[in-house]
Each structure stands twice: as C-alpha cells, then as structure tokens.
Design a protein around this ligand. Structure first.
Ligand code: TGC
Ligand code: FAD
Length: 392
C-alpha cells in the first residue's frame, strides 16, 4: 500500500469546537493509526485476519473503554473524545474500529452499567488493558433486526444456570475471552450473562468468506448445555432495553467512525485528482471530478457538525436513541457514497489495494447493516416523528 499521507479535512473549522483534551486524544489516535495500522492493514484484510498485535496499542490510546471511569481501568474521557477516537480508528479500518466498539460499548459498557461491583472489578480492568477481548451476542440466525424474538435461553438449575442456543454474526467471537450474551429466562425475560471461553459446551466457530470487514474476525457463539455460574448474570437491568442501551453507545461511536472512513476516501481522491494527468491536465481540473470532491467535502462537513452536536447532547445526558439513529444512518450512508465516488475517481487504481478506498467501501457494507440496518434506523426516526410504529 502507498505511504499514509492522510491530512484531515476541516472545512468549517470544527477544531475550534474542540477542547485541548479532545485534540490531544484525537491526535494521539491519528498518529498511532498512521504508525501501527496503515502499514499493515491491507495485508491483513487481504488475508482475512485480525492483526492481534495492535490490541495493546488500542488499549494504550484509550480505545478500550474511553468513557469508562478510571477506577475501572477506563480512560475517563467524555463522549466527544470517545467519538474522535472512533473516527481516527475507522479512518484506518472499520474492522479495527469494530473491535474497539464491541470491547468498549458492547462488553465494558454493560458490565459497568448492569453489572455488580465484583463483576466490574473482575472484568473491566483486564478489558481496558486488552488482556481480555470481549464479544457481544445478541443476533441469532432467525432474529436479526427483531432481537425480541430470540430463542437462546437459560434455566435456573439451583446452583448454576444452563444456557442453550446460538448467536450469529458476532464480531471478535473466534478469539474472545469473554462474551456478553443476551438470553431469555424461563419467564421469557431477557438478561445478560457473562460467558467465558473454556466453559464446557461453549464454542465459537469463525465465519469465513466475507467480502467485508476482512480484518475483523466474525463468528458464531454456540451454547450446548453450558453451565454458567450464577454470579455471571448481570443483575442490574433486564429486558430488551438492556442490550439496546448498549447499542446506543456503539451506534454513537459508529456515527463518528464513519466520518473517519469518509475522510480517508476524500483525502485519497483529492490527492490523486491533483496528481493524475489525463488529456494534458490533472483530472481534478475537470468539472465532473470537482463536483464529486465538492459534494464529498460538503457531506463530510455536515456529518461533522451533526455528530459534534450529538456529542454535546451525550455529554449533557440529553441525546435520545432516535437522535443517535439519525446520525448512524446519515453518516454511514454518507461514507459509503463517498467511498463509491472516490473509487471511481481513481479509475482502475481504485479497485486495488494500493489505495484504501475499495477496502473502506467493502467494510462500510457491513457497517450499514450492523448495529441496526439502514432501514431500521429510518423506521426509528419515522416512529419518533409520527408516533406510529411501522416495524410490525
Ligand atoms: P421496543 O418495544 O421498541 O423496545 C423494547 C424495550 O427497549 C427500549 N428501547 C431502548 N432502550 C435503550 N436504547 C434504545 N435504543 C432502545 N430502543 C428501545 C424500549 O423503551 C422498550 O423498553 P421497555 O422498558 O418498555 O421494555 O422493541 P422492538 O422489539 O419493537 O424493537 C425495536 C427495534 C427494531 C428498533 C430494535 O429491536 C432494534 O434496534 N433492532 C435492530 C437490532 C440491532 O441493532 N442489532 C444489533 C446487534 S449488535 C451488532 O450489530 C454489533 S456490530 C458491532 C461491531 O462490530 O462494531
Ligand atoms: P434481517 O433482520 O433479516 O434484515 C434483512 C432485511 O430486512 C434488511 O434490509 C432489513 O432492514 C429489512 N427489515 C427487517 N425488518 C424490517 C422491518 N420491520 N421493516 C422493513 N424492513 C425490515 N450482531 C451481534 O449481536 N453482535 C455482533 O458483534 C455483530 N457483529 C456483526 C458483524 C458483521 C460483519 C455483520 C454483518 C453483522 C454483525 N451483527 C452482530 C449482526 C447485525 O447486527 C445484523 O446483521 C443486523 O442487525 C441485521 O440482522 P439480519 O442480518 O438478520 O437481517
């Protein structure tokens, strides 16, 4: 792959809305991505392998639990710093951001929010340091957009729970040390359970042949009469609202992350358009190419402002789930469109691994589906503004 010459666009001086801490955190993540991710990511994506050696670095830049309190090993940062870290990591690769999102918002967050003090102390510091990698099991083969229908279940056996069922499409599953798994009890109520690798009857086969998120490992979680100790139940929240609450935090991070992927595609296309000569002049001098670039920077700028405002609302504890859905939906579609336009601007070179664009485009095909599909987020907005439920 070409050297990483990335320069972040900031057309509306959004940096002026950031604190010194935000910029320090963002710049540290940006430098780390240039140094540790960009040089290797194409090779790992081609090999369909997660680069495990970057886990320690992810922990060091605060990507595991950015907003989890310091007493539990988190970085204790605010929501905008969290978002900026996700932006920078996804600028490198959506699959790497996936690992960080799952670890922070789908594993550490539920243990912090719904777990007891013993569970927090036992798991959070190790997850923050990257000594444990976690995964989050909500989706099932027959229940994706409609997780309320899940059939994975546990029975109270007196001194332990007996867990049965299967989860599908689970990021980090093939090598995760712990899984936060959502399952129904005998009354049909959804609870979170911490399942650890090594428990008898628990297996995590890898999902192969993905054309997307190739540098992120995806797998199944299979529970065949797994004995789960009673102390592994997350006691402080039950019902579908518990996993959906985690998704709010992860979807917010994705809204920022998608801006990073879009920025990388735009920056690559802009540079290429000034260097590539056709018909005796740089292709960036043709109106059709300028239209693409001008529309890209307009959309990136709009997304930056939308997402910064969402971050302020999150910091104030005022952001609604529907506002988060709007940002996730808008920004991922924006990034995917920019990746497609940027790929065209590079002509034949756009399909090669010499440039990051095709990898971003393929990755974003997953990002637009996971954490709630594009259509599901539209229906969430529709319900919010009309009060009428179009899901069912
Ligand atoms: P509904 O009746 O609307 O709600 C059930 C209960 O949940 C509450 N609730 C929420 N709570 C917190 N945050 C949210 N975003 C919430 N949305 C709803 C709601 O108030 C209610 O509470 P209560 O107390 O009244 O029971 O539920 P529904 O069955 O009608 O479903 C609604 C729908 C379709 C929006 C929801 O199920 C949904 O979001 N579906 C999409 C599923 C999804 O996003 N799955 C993601 C799996 S994880 C993943 O993809 C990780 S990829 C990670 C990576 O690699 O980066
Ligand atoms: P379906 O729900 O079957 O949807 C198929 C189509 O129908 C979609 O277009 C959808 O929008 C549409 N549709 C569904 N319901 C409606 C409706 N009511 N109205 C209109 N249209 C509708 N899950 C986890 O739990 N943990 C993970 O770590 C995780 N990681 C993932 C990683 C990858 C790479 C991928 C691809 C997925 C991951 N997922 C994970 C699963 C992801 O969240 C689901 O794929 C997603 O929620 C959609 O579910 P589905 O694939 O079953 O599609």
């Amino acid at each position: 792959m070409k050297p990483d010459l990335f320069e972040a666009p900031d057309y509306y001086n959004v940096d002026e809305l950031l604190t010194e801490e935000h910029k320090l955190v963002r710049d540290a993540a940006r430098e780390w991505v240039k140094r540790e991710v960009s040089p290797i990511i194409e090779e790992y994506a081609q090999r369909a392998e997660f680069p495990k050696q970057i886990v320690k670095g992810l922990a060091e830049i605060g990507a595991f639990g950015p907003y989890i309190p310091v007493e539990y090993g988190g970085a204790g940062l605010d929501q905008i710093s969290y978002g900026l870290i996700m932006q920078e990591i996804e600028r490198g690769d959506s699959g790497v951001r996936s690992t960080a999102s799952v670890q922070s918002s789908l594993v550490m967050y539920p243990i912090w929010k719904y777990g007891n003090e013993e569970q927090r102390k036992k798991y959070l510091p190790k997850l923050a340091r990257g000594e444990y990698i976690g995964c989050f099991g909500l989706t099932e083969p027959d229940y994706g957009s409609n997780p309320a229908g899940m059939v994975t279940n546990f029975k109270d056996m007196g001194d332990h729970y007996l867990l049965n069922g299967a989860k599908m499409w689970i990021s980090n599953a093939p090598f995760a040390d712990v899984a936060v798994v959502w399952a129904k009890n005998e009354e049909g109520r959804i609870w979170g359970l911490i399942v650890e690798r090594g428990m008898e009857g628990f297996s995590t086969p890898e999902t192969h042949n993905k054309w997307s998120l190739r540098a992120s490992a995806t797998g199944e979680l299979i529970f065949d009469n797994v004995k789960v100790p009673k102390e592994n139940l997350l006691p402080n929240k039950s019902g579908l609202g518990a996993p959906l609450g985690c998704l709010d935090s992860a979807r917010y991070g994705i809204a920022w992350g998608a801006i990073g992927a879009a920025m990388d595609c735009y920056d690559t296309a802009l540079r290429y358009s000034k260097e590539r000569i056709q018909f005796g002049k740089p292709i960036g001098g043709f109106q059709l190419q300028q239209k693409k670039l001008a529309e890209m920077i307009t959309e990136i700028t709009k997304a930056q402002l939308l997402t910064w405002r969402l971050g302020v609302l999150r910091n104030e504890g005022k952001a609604t789930s529907a506002q988060i859905s709007m940002a996730k939906r808008n920004n991922v579609e924006m990034a995917l469109n920019i990746a497609h336009q940027a790929r065209q601007m590079l002509g034949g070179m756009g399909i090669t691994g010499e440039y990051p664009i095709m990898r971003h485009a393929m990755n974003l095909e997953s990002v637009i589906t996971y954490e709630g599909t594009h259509d599901i987020h539209l229906l969430i907005t529709g319900l919010d503004i009309t009060g009428l439920n179009a899901f069912k």
